[in-house]
Design a protein around this ligand. Structure first.
Ligand SMILES: O=C(O)c1cc2cc(O)c(O)cc2[nH]1
Length: 114
């Protein structure tokens, strides 16, 4: 049950959001055992974000939370793919993107915790 949130200082047109949603749905399988079946996503455009004291270029902060653990190699591959997606869909340069990973041991769903 991964969760990916994407926050950016630029506007995300609806058709781009849908495309990114589809691409992240495939990319999540880079993490062994994870799939779009349990993936939740959120998008927040037009955010007040600054990087290196500036907000004059497209910037993104992406958070990936997952139940359990994965490997540094898998996280690195996912970062590459997320960066490609945001570059191709929103023209955000990889050097303007942070991707944070969080491994969660207590995850609730459907009224109970796994
Ligand atoms: O995507 C996951 O991390 C995930 C899905 C899923 C379903 C399930 O029934 C479990 O017991 C664990 C679990 N993890």
């Amino acid at each position: 049950m991964p969760y990916i949130s994407t926050k950016t200082n630029i506007t995300i047109p609806k058709e781009k959001e849908v495309k990114i949603k589809e691409r992240l749905g495939k990319a999540i399988s880079i993490l062994p055992g994870k799939s779009e079946n349990w993936l939740m996503l959120s998008f927040e455009g037009d955010s007040s974000l600054y990087f290196q004291g500036k907000s004059d270029k497209p910037i993104a902060f992406v958070e990936v939370k997952l139940f359990g653990k994965s490997s540094a190699e898998a996280y690195s591959k996912l970062t590459s793919e997320i960066s490609v997606i945001l570059k191709e869909e929103l023209s955000i340069d990889p050097g303007q993107i942070y991707v944070k990973y969080e491994e969660v041991s207590n995850w609730g769903y459907n009224g109970n915790n796994f």
